[in-house]
Design a protein around this ligand. Structure first.
Ligand code: 5GP
Length: 189
């Protein structure tokens, strides 16, 4: 998506270890106009997919997910990183965090992820695909169906894209980064 790639080049910053910082418009300050355009693009790309629910992981996936949910007029569920003591009927899985280099649990209530649900996963980044794998597990545990996964930014030099595409799930990424070597941002297409 041209607009997103231009914004990454303008405001994205490379950090050592293959990390792209987009705090200016996605991860800290957020640009709702760009967020809306990205959601419109997801709606276009998943137009032929039968979806009844959007799922994401807190916190950075919530903004793009709610924009997609708003446009499609569908509920948005976010997997929580801390299990609230009041939460019953929960499904839990473990995710390894690329940025924090440690595992953590994510959970979702069975009240909001049910057998028969056709779920679209939306997240900010696709790196090694660990969040995606966690969501696949939660959706399977719920007896629901994962009908697609949409990422704002895919770092194609990490293994997540190949790993998730090998499952046959419909994956879309709005900007694919081929390399961040020497702190130079190179797009794949
Ligand atoms: P994955 O689960 O695909 O291994 O990693 C994706 C998650 O890690 C994203 O939800 C995002 O929060 C974080 N992440 C991975 N790479 C980057 C990056 O380069 N920049 C930022 N800001 N977050 C990243």
């Amino acid at each position: 998506m041209k607009e997103l790639k231009a914004r990454i080049l303008r405001d994205g910053r490379c950090l050592p270890g293959g990390i792209l910082k987009v705090d200016n418009f996605i991860n800290h300050q957020m640009d709702p106009i760009l967020m809306k355009s990205m959601a419109v693009e997801f709606v276009r790309r998943f137009a032929r997919t039968d979806i009844n629910k959007i799922i994401t992981v807190e916190a950075s996936g919530i903004a793009p997910a709610i924009m997609v949910g708003y446009l499609l007029e569908l509920p948005v569920v976010f997997a929580k990183k801390k299990q609230p003591s009041t939460m019953e009927n929960i499904l839990v899985t473990e995710v390894f965090s690329f940025t924090k280099q440690q595992s953590y649990k994510i959970c979702v209530s069975k009240d909001y992820l049910k057998p028969g649900d056709k779920v679209l996963f939306i997240d900010d980044f696709l790196a090694n695909g660990n969040a995606g794998k966690g969501i696949i597990d939660l959706v399977e545990q719920a007896g629901a169906e994962l009908v697609g996964m949409g990422f704002l930014i895919e770092k194609s030099f990490q293994k997540g894209g190949d790993l998730l595409r090998s499952t046959g799930i419909h994956i879309e990424s709005l900007a694919r980064i081929e390399s961040l070597d020497n702190c130079e941002i190179k797009f794949k297409d």
